[in-house]
Design a protein around this ligand. Structure first.
Ligand code: GTP
Length: 198
């Protein structure tokens, strides 16, 4: 289960079913977020860094999917509770992905800046979500492992341009150094549609 392998049972469920959104008001948002991307790009490590502030260099592959939640407070005193579904990137689990992205308000599509194949796979997931995801889904494109600069094979500009063309937010992160991890989730939180106040 990747970087999630060291998580306590209380918060981690393998092969669980996603829950529907709900239980939110204008000041306390609750959003379902799904992470998609090739195996090994660092999805589990991004979640572990965001939720626990940890990094596991011996991270193992995710089986099925795992679930974690984390709440952040924004400057306008809004809180956002992210219900995070970290999907398995291995091809054998691809058919399960719709279970996790269906009804998701946010999709974070991750590639590894040292792997052009993972960038192609990210584009596959963007197209899949454009066809089958919620029409108003907020999508973020993430180039992870930004600490491996000397091994970079995907230019920043390629990520930026692809994201712009597809109406996505783009950021490069490092789960290893924590660079831009909190910023990723804060930026997503700012872009969420706010529920109408009655
Ligand atoms: N240098 C570097 N290594 C990273 C980073 N993020 C993850 N890794 C390493 O990349 C490998 C895969 O990370 P995971 O988080 O398990 O990858 P995943 O995308 O969840 O993979 P699946 O579970 O198979 O879908 C592990 O060895 C991590 O230690 C990063 O930002 N920098």
């Amino acid at each position: 289960m990747g970087c999630g392998s060291s998580l306590p049972d209380r918060d981690s469920r393998q092969l669980g079913r996603p829950s529907e959104n709900g239980g939110q008001d204008a000041k306390n948002l609750r959003v379902k977020l799904v992470l998609l991307g090739d195996s090994g790009v660092g999805k589990s490590c991004i979640v572990l860094r965001f939720v626990r502030g940890q990094f596991d260099p011996t991270s193992k592959v995710t089986v099925g999917a795992s679930f974690l939640s984390q709440t952040i407070a924004l400057q306008d005193s809004t809180t956002v509770k992210f219900e995070i579904w970290d999907t398995a990137g291995q091809e054998r689990y691809a058919a399960l992905a719709p279970l996790y992205y269906r009804g998701a308000a946010v999709a974070v599509i991750v590639y590894d800046i040292t792997s052009p194949e993972s960038f192609s796979k990210a584009q596959f997931w963007v197209k899949e979500l454009q066809k089958h995801g919620s029409p108003d889904i907020v999508m973020a494109l993430v180039g992870n492992k930004a600490d491996l600069l000397e091994k970079r094979e995907v230019a920043v500009q390629d990520g930026t341009e692809y994201a712009e063309k597809n109406g996505m937010f783009f950021i490069e992160t490092s789960a290893k150094t924590a660079d831009n991890i909190n910023e990723l989730f804060e930026e997503i939180a700012k872009r969420l549609p706010r529920p109408a106040v009655s």
